[in-house]
Ligand binder design. Sequence first.
Ligand code: DWN
Length: 395
Amino acid sequence: MKKKFLDLGTHPLANAFLSKKEIKHPKREYFYKLSVGFDTKSYLVSLMRTVNPKKQYTDKYAHRASQSMTMKHSFKNIANILKKRFKPRISLEIGSNDGVFIQNFKKKKIIAVEPCANLARITKKRGFKTYAKFWTKMLAKRISKFCKKVDLIFSANTISHIPDYKETFDAIDILLSNNGVLVVEDPYVGSVLKLNSYDQFYDEHVYVFSLMAISNIIKSSGLRIFDAEEISTHGGSMRYYICKEQSKFKLTKRFNILYKKEIKYEIDKFSTYNSFSKRIKKSKKDLVNLFKNLKRKNKKIISYGATYKSTTVFNYCNIGKNFLDYVIDTTPNKQGKFTPGKHVPIISPEKGFNITVDYAFLGAWNFKKEIMSKEKNFIKRGGKFITHVPKARII
Ligand code: DWN
């Protein structure tokens, strides 16, 4: 039974950055109720209601995974590890975005699946076989006509975005070879609980997985987890190594250690999520008070990184032009647009990150290390960063 534990109010689509034209018709902006629940049987954490993927994954999709060095290095590293460990004859990526993972494979050795046409065009142009489709059993059957089976399926920050997980994993079972491996990485519920990072919840993040929950939901597709590792990307993620029920792979030691950790932290108890919800209410109050105090001192505050995550923070805490002068972001197709719901202008760092800025909220807090090392001059001249994870504070 799914029990609601967090109500974040009414939100726009996290990816719905508005153009100058769209901003003139604010009434046309789509809003939905964002609340999160816990399933007492499967232990799955998920949105209480989902948005139609056709509204979200269009040919205007804004996120470019290659906009961060951290992710480029992370995907290069895991690609080499997987090629070495599993020696796949042929691989496939579900949710290939702008090709930041598949670019580490020979073109003939990997197939890309990416429903957002603007992104699929990028990898097609680079010579990769790309299906601009949603991942379904029908697509898996179509691809199996082209290459029979695949030995490695990789999917980062995608499977958690697909409402029908039964369809997703059944489709994987169709295409994966008997001793093939599915590697999934997604934001980890253990990290969300530890960091109070409620901004991992938005329309695209239908699920925030745990080892326990994934193990439960893949069973009916004839799949099982045999290995797992916690990774630091995207604010704390988990990488799941999954195979067919009858496959040769044995449970690894690190899987058992991580599974025991989930039992210790009561990932399977509703009360864990109730206490999280109380911490989030306090986090909101503390962040708004921090902004109010800085504005009382006439400080100039911007946000660093027009992230989908910060769409949740700003619309939950009612942070907009009342506190922020603008948002800076390196992604060209976000510059000149306005943030979803709060309509704060987004400009390039070249234009906006200058000596007039006193404080920068870390919208892209998951890249804190990369950002702090990049912005040494800002810090040296007395500029300060603000974050909300794990607590609202000035860094
Ligand atoms: O799951 C998802 C993750 C992978 O990407 C998608 N549903 C949507 C998206 O979420 P996000 O926008 O919260 O992801 P990021 O990768 O945290 O976004 C970082 C943003 O910050 C990008 O727009 C690029 C920008 N950025 C910047 O302006 N300066 C990033 C860095 C590192 C920088 O130095």
